[in-house]
Design a protein around this ligand. Structure first.
Ligand SMILES: [Zn+2]
Length: 74
């Protein structure tokens, strides 16, 4: 799980709407990085639980993702 800053509504007066910060799981993060032209990420941040514990795109929970990774590593 990562926190990423993405391109939002640049016409907005509010920074948090211009560059919203969302949490994404590793899988969705990789998918977002596949095509540079459509990559919405402006910067990659350390995970911050302030933004929630689920992936913005697939709604995967942080602890569920960690369990999944553990199974994968076995
Ligand atoms: Zn995801």
């Amino acid at each position: 799980m990562k926190s990423v800053m993405i391109w939002g509504n640049l016409a907005s007066d509010r920074t948090e709407e211009q560059y919203p910060i969302i949490n994404v799981c590793e899988k969705c993060f990789k998918a977002m990085n596949v095509n540079n032209k459509t990559n919405p990420i402006t910067s990659e941040l350390d995970f911050d639980e302030y933004y929630g514990e689920t992936c913005e795109y697939c709604q995967k929970n942080k602890s569920f993702e960690e369990e999944e990774l553990l199974v994968f590593l076995k």
